[in-house]
Design a protein around this ligand. Structure first.
Ligand code: SF4
Length: 372
């Protein structure tokens, strides 16, 4: 029974179908899969001493063939508004961030899809890091499970993350295959079983991947738009030089809005750059009114940033003008400012240490900027 039969891989890397096949190939009885689902995905509890229905021999077989470790919460900070930022340590010494954002009826986890980012938006410090690597499936799913487990153990047994947004570090569609597989696990009834309507993926506009959107489960999509003219968008988001507004909006027409729903357009408001009357007119020309929701994000200034935040009056005026033209338009409330978890502040710097060997990590949070 101590046989190692398969190459040992993280169990969270398997799709539900693959996991079922792997368990069968080990000769394990059917109920084991249900037990594992119950403990990992429902209870988020990895304490194997509680798996009382699974025999010692079967546990040994499981441990010889699957890796049950999750990425580790190496630091967390709570903002006065209840936003909680987590630094998640990965096996190779890199780290990413996840942020739990409370609202009246939900607790949303903003997760990362890459270490660093290759897109290089000029308002985003994550973009200045360049891309280190894609996250693996178990590292994406693991952010959700590790934070869930931390909240249950440290805040309340009743703590439940209800929503997911892919708005942390990285461009999710640049890591298409792994993000897609992670989303499949998030929505699978034999996985985390979240409703598709509770998951939103935000992209800077990678046209070739948007053209393959039908391959994704039917989750919500948000586009980081930020400008309505190609020259300005290319200045803010160099990706626009390759995939300009025309290409982007042609591709968006192919997104099947099956159950609903509208595309959300994230629009970073920067003083005297994209917050004027002509920008409102440009938005109205580009965005189909009934299928669009606009989310205005007043720029968070940081020391040394070239861009400035518009006045509150200007932000409200911009929103009101869009309302008058029949658009649904919200202003993103800044959360977690005091722990640098707000949008535009998502970047951290860690001493590279091997946390998996139990060494101490001292995170140093630095000024940062991220908008998706
Ligand atoms: S805003 Fe998002 S896509 Fe742009 S550089 Fe930052 S992490 Fe990458």
């Amino acid at each position: 029974m101590s046989l190692k039969i398969m190459e040992k891989r993280p169990i969270y890397d398997y799709s539900p179908t693959e996991r079922n096949k792997a368990l069968l190939s080990l000769g394990l009885p059917d109920f084991i899969e249900k037990e594992l689902d119950k403990w990992f995905f429902r209870k988020k509890d990895l304490d194997q001493s509680k798996w009382t229905k699974i025999s010692k021999e079967h546990k040994l077989l499981l441990n010889n063939n699957f890796d049950f470790n999750l990425p580790k919460v190496v630091w967390q900070g709570l903002s006065s508004d209840g936003t909680r930022k987590f630094l998640i340590g990965l096996e190779d010494g890199n780290s990413v961030e996840a942020v739990a954002i409370p609202a009246k009826d939900r607790l949303t986890l903003c997760i990362s899809s890459q270490v660093g980012c290759a897109i290089g938006c000029t308002f985003c410090h994550t973009g200045t890091q360049g891309l280190t690597r894609n996250l693996k499936v178990y590292e994406i799913v693991g952010q959700f499970l590790a934070v869930s487990q931390w909240l249950i153990q440290n805040v309340s047994k009743e703590s439940r993350l209800t929503n997911i947004v892919f708005m942390g570090q990285g461009e999710p569609l640049h890591n298409f295959k792994n993000v897609k597989q992670a989303v499949e696990l998030f929505v699978s009834q034999t996985g985390i079983a979240l409703s598709k309507t509770k998951i939103t993926l935000s992209t800077s506009g990678l046209v070739p991947q948007i053209e393959k959107w039908e391959e994704f489960p039917d989750i919500n999509v948000a586009i980081s738009l930020h400008a309505v003219r190609d020259d300005l968008r290319s200045q803010l988001m160099p990706i626009n030089k390759r995939h300009d507004l025309k290409r982007l909006f042609d591709a968006l027409k192919n997104i099947p809005l099956r159950t609903s729903r509208r595309i959300t357009y994230e629009y970073l408001l920067i003083a005297n750059l994209n917050d004027q009357e002509q920008d409102i007119e440009g938005l109205c020309e580009l965005l189909p009114r009934k299928q669009s929701k606009i989310n205005l994000i007043p720029f968070n200034e940081y020391p040394g940033s070239d861009y400035k935040r518009p006045s509150n009056e200007q932000v409200l005026w911009f929103q009101n003008e869009l309302h008058k033209r029949g658009y649904t338009c919200t202003i993103r409330v800044t959360k977690g400012d005091d722990i640098l978890a707000a949008c535009g502040q998502l970047k951290t710097e860690f001493e590279k240490v091997n946390i998996w060997d139990g060494q101490r990590v001292s995170p140093k949070v630095i000024e940062t900027n991220h908008y998706e």
